[in-house]
Ligand binder design. Structure first.
Ligand SMILES: NC(=O)c1ccc[n+]([C@@H]2O[C@H](COP(=O)([O-])OP(=O)(O)OC[C@H]3O[C@@H](n4cnc5c(N)ncnc54)[C@H](OP(=O)(O)O)[C@@H]3O)[C@@H](O)[C@H]2O)c1
Length: 258
């Protein structure tokens, strides 16, 4: 995900290569990323912690405690620690640092790579509105941002961070339907993907409820309503609702606050 964000920032022209120092767990991984984007990088978290004003934490939630212990003594209150880790609360981070650092928790998603991301942000105990604005400026070139209450971050993780995976399956299945109806595979995928993009954009741009937009497509006794009948029969709504609930619940379990 760290690499995804860097790629998104580069394509958006939002960062200069010399302003980034990246780290990873393995030498060959960081060498590849540094080479690809022309940035500095090494398997050296302590160097990264000292490098800039914004320290972005993008390791697995289970690795957070270890990395915070490794870099904690180098961080200072003039920096902002931005964490994109699922499950890891701002207090979990604050409690593991020796000084009071502004922490902003962020939950981006992979479409950030193509400037169509959705990032939710929430401040920790020592983060001011300026720190949140700084984080918003960081993520806005990658798509949309929303400031949320921290109690909603697991639900957000289940919906907008896991969501792209669910929608890729929807796109794949829609395309399979097109293929079954006789379309070439490539065309079916393009039709399905652009239709999902367009439907999402309609909801965002018009601000209208999706049910009303659905009704506009659904001509009386037309073909759409037959398709909707099948979706309801197959339990699409219930399945999607349960998928978000399961993913959100799991997001709350990856790391405990203890
Ligand atoms: N994937 C998503 O869609 C998504 C969305 C929002 C948030 N997130 C969050 O982003 C974080 C990373 O997820 P991911 O999907 O990108 O996982 P990932 O592919 O496993 O990436 C983890 C990264 O951490 C590096 N790493 C491991 N140990 C390290 C250490 N001690 N010091 C420095 N770097 C270390 C790994 O480097 P090596 O490969 O070289 O070991 C790898 O680059 C998670 O906390 C996740 O909750 C993910």
């Amino acid at each position: 995900m760290g690499r995804t964000l860097i790629g998104g920032w580069f394509d958006a022209g939002a960062v200069a290569a010399e302003s980034i120092f990246a780290t990873a767990g393995h030498e060959e991984r960081i060498a590849h990323v540094a080479d690809r984007f022309g940035i500095q990088g090494a398997v050296d978290n302590r160097r990264a912690a000292e490098f800039g004003d914004i320290v972005l934490l993008a390791v697995k939630p289970q690795t957070a405690g270890h990395v915070l212990q490794e870099i904690g003594d180098l961080l200072h209150s003039g920096q902002v620690l931005v964490s994109i880790l699922a499950s890891v609360s701002t207090s979990y981070i604050e409690d593991r640092l020796p000084v009071q650092i502004p922490v902003v928790r962020a939950m981006p998603n992979t479409p950030s790579r193509v400037a169509a991301g959705m990032t939710a942000l929430c401040p920790g105990r020592f983060a001011s509105s300026e720190h949140v604005e700084l984080a918003e400026r960081l993520f806005r070139p990658l798509g949309r941002t929303v400031v949320a209450d921290e109690k909603h971050m697991d639900a957000i993780t289940g919906l907008s961070a896991s969501g792209p995976a669910f929608l890729y399956i929807v796109i794949e299945a829609l395309a399979d339907g097109g293929v079954k109806a006789g379309l070439p595979r490539k065309m079916a995928i393009e039709l399905a993907a652009q239709t999902c993009l367009g439907a999402g954009k309609m909801v965002i741009d018009t601000g209208r409820h999706p049910a009303l937009l659905k009704d506009e497509v659904t001509t009386p006794a037309g073909c759409t309503v037959d398709g909707i009948l099948r979706l309801e029969e197959g339990g699409l709504r219930v399945t999607l609702i349960k998928a978000i609930i399961e993913a959100a619940a799991r997001a709350g379990e990856l790391v405990s606050d203890e």
